[in-house]
Every structure is written in structure tokens, then in C-alpha cells.
Design a protein around this ligand. Structure first.
Ligand code: TXA
Ligand code: MG
Length: 350
């Protein structure tokens, strides 16, 4: 399949291009587009054949449900059975934005989207290109992250081209996704809201709006039979670079010492090593392939760069990556959740 790449400036959107992309969605095709979190691969959420093509293009397991994207808050009432008071408060506070809400679905939403579940995930993105595309297509758009299943999510059109060129009809290049991690997912289908995936809207922000909220206890541990995540997608190996990633945890001076030791050891065995550092620690690592993820006091910056840095290691073709731990302040919880998954939960504690 030929993939057309369009470049768009989000401050001055060329509506004729949006119209062309919306036609592709209406015709049952696939359009990758930018959002404020990560790029998505979109199709008409009401067209089962188009949805199946998303799963094929990504190589995604069919039991992993997709998020339905809307351009108007009120559209949520078209697709779900009940919007409770807490859900309404969250929509008012955080839509448009990086928050996905899970509701009991109605009969309009095909089970192909929900992986057979009776619930559906809905999000109203903040990115204007995304919203214009949804609005112009006059359809809800099902869109998972626009990466091949298992790879780090794309934060630049370049990443989408690497993974999906030849597999989608259109890629809209709208620059870099400023948040860089996928949306926070909250299940509001019961009285007890539960965070299934941490993201840009943090637990504290949610608590301020609706009071008590719980975090799925499986989020920071490898899933087992007893501790299966409530969000089907969270059980799969994810966000993984080609190299084996190991996290080293402890007091920062000892961590740097240990990573330098491991760098030497593995280098002597002929392995190409990479290290993820902060602005503050970069000069302390001896590794030639040390990449800076951001300032240790700026959790947003670290979050925004994580997936990009993981993909840069693929380009550098390293065999092994070591990473220190980052602050869990603010969006840092989400960063550490993704880093742990990317590492397959391999942590060395010293
Ligand atoms: O920021 C985002 O959410 C991006 C952009 C493109 O909007 N999309 C995204 O989609 O991250 P995806 O498909 O990569 O992740 C969707 C997550 C998965 O972990 C999936 O299992 C979960 O949401 N999910 C979807 N529907 C669900 C449901 N009914 N119940 C529980 N989890 C659900
Ligand atoms: Mg994804």
C-alpha cells in the first residue's frame, strides 16, 4: 500500500489536507495522526473491517481494546450507557486532554473495538489536528498508538514512518507530541474509579476533582495469574527497544559507579552498551552512547523524551541499555511505569 505523508502546522491547519484525510477515514482507510500524548493510528470506530485493519497493521492481539476518540464532549452520550457524576466532573476538568475514560458501552460500539468487553474507552484529545480530523470525518475514530505492537509509542512522525510506512493510507506529520506518554486511563464504569494506566493527568489531579481514586495494584509489577492488570493492554510486553534494558536502583553515586562497571564489563565482551542519563549525571558516565533524557528536576521533560530516547538506541544499534531511576513526582509515575515495562521489570538494586 502506498502511504501518503502530509505535513501540517498545528497553529495554522490546512483544512484541505484534513478534508483529504477525513475522506480516507470515511472510506474505511487508516490515517496516522498526531495527538498531544503520542501519535495514533485511526479508523472509523463504527466500521468493523477498518478496525480489523488497525489490528493487522500494528500486529496487535485482538483482545487488546482500542480507545475511541471524539471531538465534542457531548458525543460520549452517543456511545455509552451511563455517564455518572464523577465521570462528568472528570470530563469537565480534563477534556480535551490526556485522559481516557472507560464506560459501559452501548450497542453502537462494535465488540471488535473493545476486545469483547462490555466497556469502551473514550477520549477527547487536545491536539487541534486530531480534533479537526475527527470533526471533519463526522465519525468517532478508534486509535491505538501508531507503533508496531510492543515497540515504544511514537512521539514524532518519523517514528510512525519507521513502523507503519506501507501499512496505512495516510500519515499526518504534525510535529512532536508534547506530553510524550499515552493518556491516563480511568475506569469509571463502577462507583469506585480505578486508574488502569498512569499518564499526564496524575492521581493527585484526579483526587482534587472526584476525591478518592485507586491505582490498579498491578501497574508496577510483572503481571501474574493472581495480579492480572484490569486493562488488557497492560499485560503485554511493551515499549521495548531492540536492546535488553536494565534499570539500576539505589543511591545515585553508587548507581553511576555500578553502571560504569557494567559498561566496562559488557564492553570487554564485545557488547555495544547505551546509558540513559539526566542532564545532571551525563558527564559522570563513561559510556560512549550516553543519551540525555532530560533535567532531573523536570519530570515533564523526562516523560516527553523517554520513547524518543528508547528509539534512538535502536538507531545506534546497541545490545544493552542501562538506566538510572527517575523521580516519581507528577508524571514521573507514568514514566517509571513505562520504563519498567520496557525493561521487562529487570531491576538491579544496589
Ligand atoms: O494517549 C493515548 O491514549 C493514545 C493516543 C493515540 O490517543 N492511545 C493509546 O492507545 O495509547 P493504545 O491502544 O495504545 O492504548 C489503549 C489502552 C490499552 O492499555 C488498552 O488495554 C486500554 O487502553 N483499554 C482500552 N479499552 C479498554 C477497556 N474497555 N477496558 C480496559 N482497558 C481498556
Ligand atoms: Mg499503545
Amino acid at each position: 500500500m502506498e502511504t501518503i505523508v502530509y505535513k501540517l502546522d498545528s497553529t495554522q491547519i490546512d483544512l484541505s489536507i484534513i478534508k483529504k484525510a477525513a475522506e480516507v477515514i470515511k472510506d474505511g482507510g487508516l490515517v496516522a495522526f498526531p495527538t498531544e500524548t503520542v501519535y495514533g493510528i485511526g479508523a472509523n470506530a463504527l466500521d468493523i473491517k477498518a478496525i480489523k485493519n488497525i489490528f493487522i497493521a500494528k500486529g496487535r492481539p485482538s483482545d487488546n481494546p482500542l480507545i475511541v476518540h471524539i471531538s465534542d464532549k457531548e458525543d460520549v452520550y452517543k456511545y455509552v450507557k451511563n455517564v455518572g457524576e464523577k465521570a462528568q466532573k472528570l470530563m469537565k476538568a480534563f477534556w480535551p486532554g490526556p485522559l481516557t475514560l472507560i464506560f459501559e458501552k452501548n450497542e453502537l460500539i462494535p465488540k471488535a473495538i473493545t476486545g469483547g468487553l462490555n466497556t469502551v474507552a473514550i477520549r477527547m484529545p487536545d491536539n487541534l489536528i486530531a480534533r479537526e480530523l475527527i470533526r471533519t470525518s463526522e465519525l468517532p475514530i478508534a486509535a491505538p498508538s501508531a507503533n508496531v505492537s510492543g515497540k515504544p509509542s511514537p512521539t514524532l512522525a518519523k517514528h510512525v514512518i519507521q513502523d507503519l510506512k506501507g501499512k496505512v493510507n495516510v500519515i499526518i506529520d504534525g510535529g512532536s507530541s508534547n506530553i510524550g506518554l499515552e493518556s491516563t486511563v480511568i475506569d469509571v464504569s463502577t462507583n469506585k474509579p480505578l486508574i488502569l494506566r498512569p499518564g499526564g493527568i496524575t492521581e493527585e489531579m484526579i483526587r482534587e476533582v472526584i476525591g478518592e481514586v485507586e491505582m490498579d495494584p498491578s501497574l508496577f509489577k510483572e503481571s501474574t495469574e493472581e495480579l492480572a492488570p484490569r486493562s488488557p493492554g497492560m499485560k503485554y510486553r511493551h515499549y521495548a527497544p531492540n536492546a535488553v534494558l536494565t534499570i539500576v536502583e539505589g543511591s545515585i553515586d553508587r548507581v553511576i559507579e555500578k553502571i560504569n562497571e557494567l559498561t566496562k564489563e559488557e564492553g570487554n565482551k564485545g557488547k555495544k552498551v547505551g546509558v540513559i542519563a539526566t542532564t545532571q549525571t551525563k558527564h559522570k558516565y563513561i559510556c560512549d552512547n550516553t543519551l540525555v533524557i532530560g533535567d532531573e528536576n523536570k519530570p515533564q521533560e523526562i516523560a516527553a523524551n523517554l520513547f524518543k530516547v528508547l528509539r534512538e538506541f535502536d538507531e545506534l544499534d546497541v545490545d544493552i541499555i542501562y538506566s538510572q531511576v527517575f523521580s516519581k513526582e507528577n508524571i514521573g509515575i507514568a514514566t517509571m511505569n513505562r520504563l519498567l515495562k520496557a525493561a521487562g521489570y529487570k531491576i538491579v538494586s544496589i
